[in-house]
Design a protein around this ligand. Structure first.
Ligand code: CTP
Ligand code: CA
Length: 223
């Protein structure tokens, strides 16, 4: 009910969101993935919808239901996520990268199941494209919001990450607080410094993040 009274600050705006983990195949049955439930990304999608946005959610494998009202594009690997984002990024007003994208994929995944043996097995991993950095470097980028999962030195790593990716806003959390939990703590980093959001459930945090993002977006603050 409260949502009905929220001002529709993003009416007519397109918001593109990535969420969940990606899965990089090793063979027909095995793969490499990241720990992510998708809850934070889906909460951000819901918060954007409440603000009246047209929301496209590019999601890696999760067990969550599609937030009603969003357009969902299901993907598995980082390459598939990248392709989906490339198709829609330039037509979006805002891009929010919440996905825990695998940084590497297996160089030569096997079509058949690899049979185990007593010998050690070495996998060659090659880097995946950085989807957020790609979107941020488009000629006319949408307003970009990044997430950072860190295990230590949150402020140092997250502040550096925001500058390196050249994005106006980054939400950082400690992986040990966030993964799979319903509650989380977020620290927002923007040009004016850092803003800690109090511990709350993910939808409450997503709404606070979206309010902050919209305020910067309206100000035309694009760095
Ligand atoms: N991201 C992305 N594509 C990748 C890797 C990360 O779009 N291939 C995005 C994530 O969705 C997130 C942000 O970049 O919004 C930061 O992700 P994170 O894993 O914290 O940082 P990395 O830049 O990958 O650095 P590292 O994992 O070494 O900390
Ligand atoms: Ca990473």
């Amino acid at each position: 009910i409260a949502a009905a009274f929220r001002p529709k600050l993003l009416a007519g705006r397109k918001v593109l969101i990535t969420a969940g983990p990606t899965y990089e195949a090793i063979d027909a049955v095995r793969g490499i993935t990241n720990r992510s439930s998708g809850k934070m990304g889906y909460a951000v999608a819901t918060a954007a919808l409440e603000l009246g946005a047209e929301v496209m959610l590019v999601s890696g494998p999760t067990s969550l239901p599609r937030p009603a009202g969003t357009q969902l594009i299901d993907v598995t690997s980082a390459s598939e996520m990248f392709d989906a984002v490339k198709q829609h990024a330039s037509r979006s007003d805002m891009f929010i990268g919440v996905a825990a994208v695998a940084d590497y994929r297996v160089a030569q995944p096997s079509k058949q199941k690899i049979k185990k043996s007593d010998a050690a097995l070495t996998l060659e991993l090659i880097p995946n494209p950085d989807i957020l950095a790609y979107v941020a470097s488009l000629p006319k980028p949408p307003f970009c919001v990044g997430f950072a999962a860190e295990s230590e030195k949150l402020a140092e790593h997250a502040g550096a990450k925001r500058k390196k990716k050249n994005i106006p806003l980054l939400a950082a959390n400690l992986a040990q607080n966030a993964i799979g939990n319903d509650d989380n703590e977020l620290v927002l980093f923007d040009e004016s410094g850092e803003h800690a959001l109090p511990r709350a459930d993910k939808l409450t945090l997503a709404r606070a993040l979206m309010r902050h993002a919209v305020a910067l977006y309206m100000k035309g603050n694009r760095k």
